[in-house]
Design a protein around this ligand. Structure first.
Ligand code: ADP
Length: 454
């Protein structure tokens, strides 16, 4: 792709003055790009080797609060440093920002230089390596759904998040006429991301007023997660540059459908699809069936990694295309897992549980771990469900609240084994804190409900 740069490419662009700034970023627990803006000369001369950040950055919430209860970092230990180690294979242009390039970093322990195990990128790399040990590569695609609003983030925040008017007044699912009216935002999103080296497939209107979807071509799991984080960040910046807000909150209005991030998954061996057998029913190999059996069986354990906030669970509503059941079906959008491309080389499973707020590294790491467990244990895949799965009383439910998902995460011996005790303790604390913060607050709904009538 044109926007991917080698370190030598970067050096020559810095020498000829076309690049003056290098965004040096890592991905936090919430999936956000965090880091520093380097003068490009400093980056290519010294900082390309390493830079530093406070180790609280992998233990904050969205507000940058510093909750207690994390073993890895605390006031008691004085909030020391991590090393940010630039992964020079991720250097790329960021054409929506003048004279700027970007690099993603891995997070290392300041003293031992070992990868920090709860760094989202490290967590995904670990599962990719386990899969490689079995002889397979994972190809993934994450869909990005979001809403565009008429006003900017700053105007909306100053207005107390009251005036949330979507950019369009009609359900724009697949609409060309309505999406033409939004091209001043969506065209730069496609073109700038393509020029940044992301294999953009398309954008389309989604099934609500102001709802959009971006599709990026499937790639190796780590590249896919990198693409997702960069794209989500760029969408917000490009919307802001155009005076609008782009929100990835999964459910900003309970009367409207929510935003998801479906994850397409297939395993490959030596460059060939390992999920496809042309002679098998639906073209699915036994490997695929075992992978899917693990994915489905352990979905309650890892739901937190697909739905990390209170609001994420408001999306799981019957009749909205968001799933409520951990079953699979063939090209049926009411189940948690949908078989796509059946009978072809593109046969794959799409997990429909994840919300637009998921962290793609954590989501993919958890799903790969579940699939690997299915393969290792040769788990049996139940037959597909048919029809409207919302009303299937026999089908297992997705945990319906953050509280429930926190408990399945905490008690998951499978995830503890696959990801490490410390890592699961870390993210359980993250989940608990989010719930504690919510439980402290009196909501608008409670006041309107009870102020006069209680
Ligand atoms: P739909 O619109 O029905 O959801 P698409 O054909 O647009 O399906 O594909 C959705 C996503 O799946 C795209 O991002 C595409 O790159 C990805 N995809 C296609 N083939 C594979 C595969 N073999 N493994 C993983 N992802 C894939």
């Amino acid at each position: 792709m044109p926007g991917n740069l080698t370190f030598d490419d970067l050096k020559s662009r810095v020498a000829d003055g076309t690049i003056d700034t290098v965004l040096t970023c890592f991905v936090d627990m919430q999936g956000r790009l965090m880091g520093k803006r380097f003068h490009a000369v400093n980056f290519v001369e010294t900082s390309f080797e390493e830079t530093h950040c406070c180790n609280y950055l992998l233990a904050t919430d969205l507000e940058m609060a510093t909750p207690d209860g994390y073993a890895s970092t605390s006031w008691e230990t004085g909030y020391g440093d991590y090393i940010m180690a630039p992964d020079l294979s991720t250097i790329r242009l960021t054409p929506w920002l003048e004279g700027t390039a970007m690099v993603l970093c891995d997070i290392l322990d300041h003293h031992t230089h070992a990868p920090v195990p709860h760094d989202p990128r490290a967590m995904l790399k670990k599962q990719v390596a386990r899969l490689k040990g079995l002889g397979f590569d994972a190809m993934m695609a994450t869909e990005l759904e979001f809403f565009l609003f008429e006003k900017s983030f700053d105007e909306i925040r100053k207005g107390g998040y009251r005036d949330l008017t979507p950019i369009s007044g009609v359900n724009e699912d697949y609409h060309i006429l309505q999406t033409t009216k939004e091209e001043h935002v969506m065209r730069p999103i496609r073109n700038h991301l393509f020029a940044a080296g992301l294999p953009i497939e398309n954008t389309k209107g989604e099934a609500e007023t102001g709802q959009e979807e971006l599709n990026i071509r499937y790639a190796d799991a780590l590249d896919c997660a990198d693409h997702h984080s960069i794209a989500k960040h760029a969408i917000k910046e490009i919307a802001w540059q155009n005076g609008h807000a782009a929100s990835f909150l999964p459910k900003w209005d309970h009367t409207k459908v929510g935003s998801s991030s479906h994850v397409h998954q297939s395993l490959w061996k030596d460059g060939d699809p390992a999920f496809f057998d042309k002679d098998a029913d639906l073209g699915m190999t036994d490997l695929m069936k075992h992978y899917m059996a693990g994915l489905i069986h352990y979905a309650p354990d890892y739901t937190f990694f697909l739905a990390p906030y209170i609001n994420s669970y408001k999306r799981f509503a019957k009749g909205t295309f968001a799933p409520t059941k951990t079953v699979w079906s063939v090209d049926n959008r009411t189940a948690g897992f949908r078989l796509c491309g059946e009978g072809t080389k593109g046969v794959r499973v799409e997990c429909r549980i994840g919300g637009s707020d998921l962290n793609p590294y954590l989501a993919q790491a958890a799903m790969l771990a579940a699939g690997i467990k299915g393969i290792e244990d040769k788990m049996e895949l139940a037959p597909p469900t048919k029809g409207d799965v919302y009303d299937d009383a026999k089908a297992a439910d997705i945990p319906q609240t953050l509280r429930a998902a926190t408990e399945t995460l905490r008690n998951s011996s499978f995830l503890r084994e696959a990801m490490g005790e410390d890592v699961i303790d870390h993210y359980t604390r993250c989940a608990e804190w989010e719930q504690e913060e919510f439980d402290r607050v009196v909501t608008d709904w409670e006041i309107a409900r009870g102020f006069e009538r209680a």
